[in-house]
Ligand binder design. Sequence first.
Ligand SMILES: C[S@@+](CC[C@H](N)C(=O)[O-])C[C@H]1O[C@@H](n2cnc3c(N)ncnc32)[C@H](O)[C@@H]1O
Length: 262
Amino acid sequence: MDALTGFASVGAAYSAHSLSARGRLRHDLVARRLLAELPARPARVLDVGCGDGEMTLRLAAAGHHVTGVDPSAEMLRAAARRLSARPDLAPRIRLLEAGIDGRPFERERFDAVCCHGVLMHLDAADAIGRVAGLVARGGVLSILTENRAAIGFREALRGEYRAARGLIEQGAAASRGNLGLQTRGDTAEALDELAAGHGLSPLPWQGVRIFHDHHVDWTPDPEEYAQALQTEWAASTRDPYRQLGRLVHTVARHGAERRRTP
Ligand SMILES: C[S@@+](CC[C@H](N)C(=O)[O-])C[C@H]1O[C@@H](n2cnc3c(N)ncnc32)[C@H](O)[C@@H]1O
């Protein structure tokens, strides 16, 4: 099953996951970092594999101009439905049906190119090669994908010891993701190296969903959620915690020196 076929069948499940506390945690962490890297002025953002449009809508709500692209008509329809509930954002959002290899935006350059939750379904070197050149000078490439370094951690915390041991002992790249699809992880270091190979300067990376990844039916009250979010944020930049995130968020800038902290 390729990524696209897989998503056609799990779109609704993805949207439900995305809106759960566990799903929201990752969007909150990633948006916080991304907004800190974007200029205060309205920026041009490309959201590759935008899915049901969570980050597209968030960034547009922050004043940026966002092009969301996804090859799945079903996911795009879900994004369009959400957008119809926010007509104030419509002037700043463009939704296009295209994959990472489609080029409706070939001549454009963006202050941020996001590729979140997509690389785990694709070849990382190929995917980064396709998007790195779309970053404008001074802009950032933001990648969120599964963390290969922590393979088996989720399974072990859930008590699925046999599966965990197999993954850990093999140092496997692939495991089963939230939606039951087979997904593939990358290390932050490998992703940074790929970005650097395209002339981008890696900034500090973050681990995402370190302590809450296995909290499948988590329904925190607002105060608990706020505390959890702050704790995840504090750990996200620090070793050894960040190495155990289910996801890694790497950010690389076109035309910048490495920086120490986000
Ligand atoms: C897990 S969802 C992530 C959605 C969104 N970026 C997010 O972070 O919430 C993965 C998305 O990647 C899309 N996708 C699958 N193959 C793709 C490709 N070749 N190029 C771009 N997007 C792709 C799927 O249609 C799906 O909407």
